[in-house]
Design a protein around this ligand. Structure first.
Ligand code: FE2
Ligand code: FE2
Length: 252
């Protein structure tokens, strides 16, 4: 697994792991993230059941599993959260998910007593007594109950499937440490376009989301697949491109 520290201060850390070289070609590549504040940790979109051993051993190098208190699930898809039952077996975590998926996620081992069900408007969640992150609604992009997580310290917005790209494995082959950031936005578009057009149902929720996140101070936009958008200029390039893209009903 490749890991990259996206932000670090004495009591706050945001870490990426992904690009598993052992991953078979028939399984979609996913990005996993870990947020630590004063030793308490939240895992974001821990991934599929097949990824559990490699993701958990990579995160074990960063944090004690007994300190993982929250698992944030951007939505209900199996590539996001089918590993949940295994994570619940090694941590004492609450699973954060949109309320509409609460009865579905129960098939992965969640129960009413270990779930935090997020209402349509999103919420602030206190991870420790002096630190909270924001849960931002991103509904219908693509899931009808889709959530983002914004960390106001690192200014990282974790966007789930928004900004997702399917980057061919050849791009990483032979590199000891593949790059995890978008370098050239224009040449990255071809890896994002089909997914956004085909999986996102319509332009209206996209406009609402762009309006909402444009008010945030974002240094890094971190999706669940593909490369990370680092720096305000790259984040703006993504938001402008997405704004102009016709998706779902409107795409040809
Ligand atoms: Fe998805
Ligand atoms: Fe996904």
């Amino acid at each position: 697994m490749i890991s990259e520290v996206l932000y670090e201060s004495p009591n706050h850390k945001f870490v990426y792991i992904g690009k598993d070289p052992e991953r078979p070609d028939y399984i979609i590549d996913t990005n996993q993230y870990l947020l630590i504040h004063d030793k308490i940790a939240t895992i974001m979109d821990p991934g599929g059941i097949e990824m559990f051993s490699s993701v958990s051993s990579a995160f074990a190098g960063e944090v004690r599993m007994s300190d993982v208190k929250f698992i944030f699930s951007s939505h209900q898809d199996p590539d996001v959260i089918s590993s949940l039952a295994l994570w619940l077996s090694i941590t004492d975590s609450k699973i954060i998910i949109d309320r509409i998926w609460s009865t579905f996620i129960s098939h992965y081992g969640a129960r009413p007593d270990n779930m935090i069900m997020v209402e349509d408007a999103g919420m602030k969640l206190n991870m420790t007594k002096d630190y909270a992150f924001d849960i931002i609604p991103a509904h219908y992009l693509h899931s009808p109950g889709h959530l983002n997580l914004y960390d106001p310290i690192s200014k990282i917005l974790f966007t789930g499937d928004i900004g997702a790209a399917l980057v061919p494995r050849e791009e990483f082959k032979g590199k000891r440490k593949p790059n995890v950031f978008v370098q050239d936005f224009d040449s990255h578009i071809k890896y994002m376009e089909y997914f956004h057009k085909r999986w996102m149902p319509s332009n209206e929720p996209k406009k609402i989301w762009i309006d909402r996140v444009s008010k945030l101070d974002i240094e890094i936009l971190a999706p669940q697949h593909g490369l990370i958008f680092k720096g305000k200029e790259m984040v703006d390039k993504f938001l402008n491109w997405f704004d102009g893209l016709n998706v779902g009903l409107y795409s040809k």
